[in-house]
Design a protein around this ligand. Structure first.
Ligand SMILES: C[S@@+](CC[C@H](N)C(=O)[O-])C[C@H]1O[C@@H](n2cnc3c(N)ncnc32)[C@H](O)[C@@H]1O
Length: 288
């Protein structure tokens, strides 16, 4: 079997399973053959595959037939300038989260030395990207699951950044510190419990529920806690950066203002929902 035949056969297996079936097959074949750019497949269509390559490739196609997301099959995902390793029980980094980093990149000078706290670090995509932008910075990152902590450490190690970050397993609702940071950043779980049912089967089967679902009321439980309990861990004029869910902006705007913050930038999706916000701490409150 050559590349052309492998692609044709795999297209026919996925055509009714995935809207992006051609792209999926090409990414999976390129990954199996360790070809960096999938377009290179098309200049080698007559190249014969070994028995092992054929078996490995069609095993990945079977996984995709069962709706497994591509990054959960290849165990990697491009994010910012990095190729993130993504573990089985850790959320795949999403493109919206890159926008959050874009907002942050505009308020501190490039390569400045900032101190940051990343709450709910998951794969470590935010922490690693912050170190990509602010290369001399020091940070702390925590998550409630050990898989996320290990995944973050793995990605930091891959890019020789482990020494700059303390990564640990903690619950945001229990962790307390006296440290003061320039930036506290979080993409916490923000779906209402009732929203979970409407997610695609692919997400429900393969993504960790505790990375997505917050409370049953309006999904803002994590923000409420982070704003009120961590505000004293931000330096005056420091920043709080959040990825947020649908219809949460107004409530958070009010809460931020009541706690001494002003919103300095935000990112709106094409459906008019605000997905990311950046707030500056302009008032100090006495420690509670
Ligand atoms: C939406 S994911 C974000 C992961 C990563 N920061 C990203 O942007 O892809 C939320 C993360 O919060 C973590 N998490 C959930 N509950 C938590 C808690 N009580 N304390 C700390 N982390 C928590 C989850 O394990 C998950 O990794």
């Amino acid at each position: 079997m050559n590349i052309y035949q492998a692609l044709s056969e795999s297209y026919s297996l996925l055509i009714n399973k995935s809207k992006t079936y051609k792209l999926d097959c090409e990414i999976l074949l390129a990954d199996t053959l360790h070809i960096e750019n999938r377009l290179n497949l098309f200049s080698n269509l007559n190249k014969k595959l070994t028995e092992d390559e054929i078996n490995n490739f069609f095993r990945t196609i079977k996984e995709r037939e069962k709706l497994k997301p591509i990054p959960k099959i290849t165990k990697k995902k491009e994010f910012w300038n990095f190729e993130m390793d993504v573990a089985k029980k850790v959320l795949i980094p999403r493109p919206e989260t890159e926008v959050l980093l874009d907002l942050v990149s505009k308020v501190f000078k490039k390569n400045s030395n900032i101190s940051f706290l990343d709450i709910g670090c998951g794969s470590g995509c935010i922490t690693l990207s912050l170190l990509g932008i602010f290369s001399n910075s020091q940070g702390e990152a925590f998550d409630i699951t050990k898989e996320a902590v290990m995944n973050t450490q793995l990605n930091l190690k891959k890019y020789h950044k482990l020494k700059q970050v303390k990564v640990f397993k903690r619950d945001v609702f229990k962790f307390k510190t006296h440290k003061k940071y320039d930036l506290i950043i979080s993409n916490p779980p923000y779906l209402k419990k009732s929203d979970y049912i409407n997610l695609s089967p692919s997400i429900k089967i393969y993504e960790p529920k505790n990375a997505l679902v917050s409370d049953s009321k309006d999904g803002t439980m994590f923000y409420n806690h982070i704003i009120s309990s961590y505000k004293n861990n931000l330096k005056l004029n420091g920043y709080l950066a959040f990825e947020i869910g649908d219809n949460q902006f107004k409530k958070l705007q009010k809460l931020l203002s009541q706690n001494g913050f002003i919103i300095v930038s935000k990112f709106k999706l094409i459906n008019d929902q605000i997905r990311c916000l950046l707030a500056k701490k302009i008032k100090n409150y006495a420690l509670q």
